[in-house]
Design a protein around this ligand. Structure first.
Ligand SMILES: NC(=O)c1ccc[n+]([C@@H]2O[C@H](COP(=O)([O-])OP(=O)(O)OC[C@H]3O[C@@H](n4cnc5c(N)ncnc54)[C@H](O)[C@@H]3O)[C@@H](O)[C@H]2O)c1
Length: 255
């Protein structure tokens, strides 16, 4: 049976490059994106396109229902905040802060992951993969984009936390943390700030492809920079009391 990958945010950048790689390996690809311009790119590469906003549960879940026999879910759609967190205001209160980057980059990733576990575990195909796109901002602080970094840290925490229970359902959960990849995410001026330090988008796609083919990836947070990638272990327990606390939470899991 043909393997199907559902890719959110697949109309451009990392998602599109991953779609091309998987198609070249014989996968069928369903792309979910809010940008209808992506329909044309999908037609060109022979992927199926579903217009949906990952932030709207009803449209996202409808796509999952339509792409029922998926074997892999790549929760990749993302944005960056456009505001300056540090802006000063000469008013009693600052205006309500726009936290849509948390809605899309974390809350929607949680919904996508929840749907992925539901559909992958009920799948007729045995096994499955959920890969979440975090960022180097999920490992390091990003002063320029503090809310983005918060969401991406959340993505890494989600992948690590889901990994063991999901494996009991035959599902591998991992996340990728790319460094600067020149895509539609930032403006040209912003990308120019990184000088030569760019990570080719095809390298990120190749790591995603490797994860899908390698059963040893479970709960990995994979840092990707230029042509290199590293598995980032979680921090060591500070002492034996902390180790016992964390072990208890594992035992408390319902799965
Ligand atoms: N480019 C980088 O340097 C970099 C580094 C680390 C992580 N990332 C992450 O990689 C992922 C992909 O980004 P990219 O760099 O390929 O940028 P991109 O802008 O080229 O691609 C993001 C895609 O997500 C789609 N999208 C945005 N909001 C959506 C929504 N609400 N519903 C559905 N689709 C939506 C966009 O239309 C776009 O096609 C993002 O999660 C981003 O945070 C990017």
């Amino acid at each position: 049976m043909t393997q199907v990958a559902l890719i959110t945010g697949g109309a451009s950048g990392i998602g599109l490059s991953t779609a091309k790689l998987l198609l070249s390996k014989g996968w069928k690809v369903a792309i979910v994106d809010v940008n209808s311009a992506g329909e044309q790119s999908c037609r060109e590469i022979k992927a199926d396109f579903y217009k949906a906003n990952v932030g709207e549960y009803s449209s996202l879940s409808q796509v999952f229902q339509q792409v029922w026999h998926n074997r892999a879910v790549f929760a990749n759609a993302g944005i960056v905040e456009k505001l300056d967190f540090y802006e000063a205001f000469n008013t009693d209160l600052p205006p309500v802060i726009d936290v849509s980057v948390i809605d899309i980059n974390l809350k929607s990733v949680i919904s996508t992951s929840h749907l992925a576990l539901h559909f992958l575990r009920n799948n007729r195909v045995s096994g499955g993969n959920l890969i979440i796109t975090s960022s180097c901002g999920g490992i390091y602080p990003i002063i320029y984009l503090p809310m983005y970094a918060s969401a991406k840290h959340g993505c890494a925490g989600l992948a690590r936390s889901l990994a063991k229970p999901a494996l009991q359902l035959g599902i591998q959960v991992n996340c990728i943390c790319p460094a600067s990849v020149s895509t539609g995410l930032l403006s040209k001026d912003e990308w120019d700030e990184f000088g030569q330090d760019h990570t080719p988008v095809e390298n990120v796609a190749r790591v995603v492809g490797n994860i899908l083919e390698d059963e040893s990836y479970v709960g990995q947070v994979v840092e990707i920079v230029q042509d290199k990638h590293f598995r980032r272990p979680p921090p060591e327990h500070w002492d034996s009391a902390m180790e016992r606390v964390i072990k208890r939470t594992e035992a408390m899991s319902k799965l």
